[in-house]
Design a protein around this ligand. Structure first.
Ligand code: NAP
Length: 519
């Protein structure tokens, strides 16, 4: 059995705290262990700030972009080996594994591309300058510079590859070193990718540190120039937000938490519409991809009440196209959930939903004698306003049909009962209906995906997080924001207003021809 080490202070070290076991969720076999803590986190933070930060800031934005591109290539060379690890430790099908791993290398490559629009200066301009005084002599200009701290990235278990590198890409391009902490149950993939990063020699010393196992007292050593970006459950997010040291030093915090995402079928989308097929395919994909363990997966499906029977039958038929089984087997489209804890959580969640819903297919009953399998489960709510469907995330292959009147105001009200979401997807060819829906739901959602016949053939699924669009959402989704092309760098940059003589400011902080304020 492998022992995961942490890469800190320029070497691989094993934690000395208690060990946690990582399993293959298909067979239940123990395959690795990670030790909690035992590391000198004060020194780890100092090493990142002093060695890694200085080295990254010595590079131009363009050079950092080239680093990201080279790293994307170095990781991609190991793609097959990485897929095998994700299948074994994550219970991923090969498709799920590619979604995560190609998402990581693709995001690094995307940020290498975004970097091309940045100037070779140690600062970025923010918007145009503006006259502040009686004449233009007294001038104002905003600039953005890299923060002088470390970025601590705490990730959820469901995307060990993408979660690590989408955050690191933004921090590195901004010029800030990272301390990465993957979710322990699936950390084997992040660990192997960390080894590839280190062996590649591409990332300057101190700019990449990896902590496998618990973070111990790491957060207690952070200060005003540091950043914490967290992805995980709402409960852990609340604990981190309340950390006394983070509060005292106003450590910059970005939280990505859970989300009860909704897919909404508008009344104009009839069975023969292309967007109806898109709706069925996307919902079934979301329910089964990564066994439903996706923060963007659909949990609530709003359907006009007079079409519930039709949609239920069509979705059950669609789900049959996504067979469940050993994720290493060709043709299998839905693997197990990540471990026994997850299995118990999901089965308990289905049982709670069933107090207020009827089964269309699936259910909480065990599947087979071994492995952490949950049947893809489609439910139909008896009362769509019951809090059970809007308050608790069941993080598995589970979704519930909520009947609604077909009126846009009802769709808005029900969708927003989720209390703030990462993404909702609405299917309509009626532009005015879609516009009203967007205006009603946008304050509560980080992303709204609008499916229609005209884009059906080209559409990427709503569950996919794209580097060019922001990811995050208000309220229960954590209130954070990541990615969004160059917007993703904001977390790691300080915006400073310069006020002074226009001639001096414009000479010393000139606007390069290629400068773009945001992506
Ligand atoms: P979790 O239990 O909250 O853990 C998330 C991360 O926090 C893990 O790395 C965990 O480490 C660490 N952690 C736990 N307690 C901590 C503490 N007191 N201080 C610092 N770090 C701590 O979540 P999960 O079960 O891994 O992930 C599933 C959840 O993540 C779901 O709710 C899902 O919706 C959400 N998620 C959200 C997004 C998004 O972008 N919004 C993306 C993916 C997942 P250990 O693993 O070592 O305990």
């Amino acid at each position: 059995m492998q022992t995961l080490q942490s890469y800190v202070l320029g070497s691989w070290q094993t934690g000395t705290g208690g060990a946690r076991t990582l399993v293959n969720p298909t067979t239940g076999e123990a395959i690795a262990e990670a030790h909690d803590s035992g590391l000198d986190f004060a020194a780890v933070v100092r090493h990142g700030r002093e060695v890694g930060g200085a080295a990254l800031r010595a590079l131009t934005f363009g050079e950092r972009g080239k680093l990201l591109k080279a790293l994307s290539g170095a990781l991609h060379e190991h793609r097959e080996e990485l897929i095998d690890i994700a299948v074994a430790n994550g219970g991923n099908t090969r498709g799920d594994a590619k979604f995560d791993i190609d998402g990581a290398t693709g995001t690094l490559a995307a940020y290498a591309h975004f970097a091309k629009s940045l100037p070779d200066t140690p600062f970025l301009l923010d918007g145009d300058g503006t006259q502040l005084g009686r004449t233009a002599r007294f001038w104002g200009q905003h600039v953005r510079v890299p923060r002088r701290g470390v970025a601590v990235h705490i990730n959820a278990f469901n995307f060990p590859a993408w979660g690590l590198f989408e955050k690191a890409a933004c921090a590195w391009l901004a010029g800030v070193p990272v301390i990465e902490k993957p979710g322990t149950p699936t950390a084997l993939l992040a660990y192997r990718m960390g080894q590839i990063v280190v062996d590649s020699g591409l990332v300057p010393a101190g700019a990449f540190q990896l902590v496998c196992g618990g973070v111990g007292d790491l957060l207690d050593h952070l200060g005003p120039q540091d950043v914490v970006a967290f992805t995980g459950s709402a409960a852990t997010a609340a604990r981190i937000r309340a950390n006394e040291n983070l509060v005292r030093h106003n450590v910059r915090l970005n939280l990505e938490a859970d989300s009860i995402n909704a897919a909404i079928l508008a009344p104009d989308v009839e069975a023969e519409c292309e967007s109806y097929g898109l709706f069925l395919g996307n919902v079934a994909t979301d329910m089964t991809q990564k066994a439903g363990q996706k923060c963007t997966a659909v949990r609530r499906i709003l359907v006009p009440a007079d079409r519930v029977d039709e949609v239920k039958a069509d979705l059950v038929a669609e789900l049959a196209r996504f067979p469940q089984g050993d994720p290493a087997t060709k043709g299998v489209r839905c693997g197990p959930v990540t471990d026994e804890r997850q299995l118990a959580d999901v089965r308990g969640g289905i049982e709670r939903l069933l107090e207020h819903a009827d089964v269309a297919c699936g259910g909480p009953e065990p599947v087979g004698d071994t492995g952490c399998f949950v049947q893809p489960t489609l439910l139909v709510a008896r009362d769509p306003r019951n809090g059970a469907f809007h308050d608790a995330e069941v993080f598995g292959p589970v979704a519930t049909i909520l009947p609604y009147s077909g009126k846009v105001e009802d769709a808005i009200e029900l969708t927003n009962l989720g209390g703030g979401g990462l993404v909702c997807s609405v299917y309509s060819n009626d532009g005015a209906w879609a516009r009203e829906f967007v205006l009603g739901c946008a304050p509560w959602h980080g992303r709204i995906w609008i499916g229609s016949d005209r884009m059906a053939e080209q559409a990427l699924a709503p569950g996919m997080v794209l580097p060019a669009s922001i990811h995050g959402g208000p309220g229960r989704a954590g209130g954070g924001e990541e990615l969004g092309a160059l917007r993703g760098l904001e977390l790691y940059l300080q915006r400073t207003a310069l006020q002074g003589f226009k001639g001096l400011i414009e000479a010393q902080f000139p606007a390069p021809a290629t400068e773009e304020a945001t992506g």
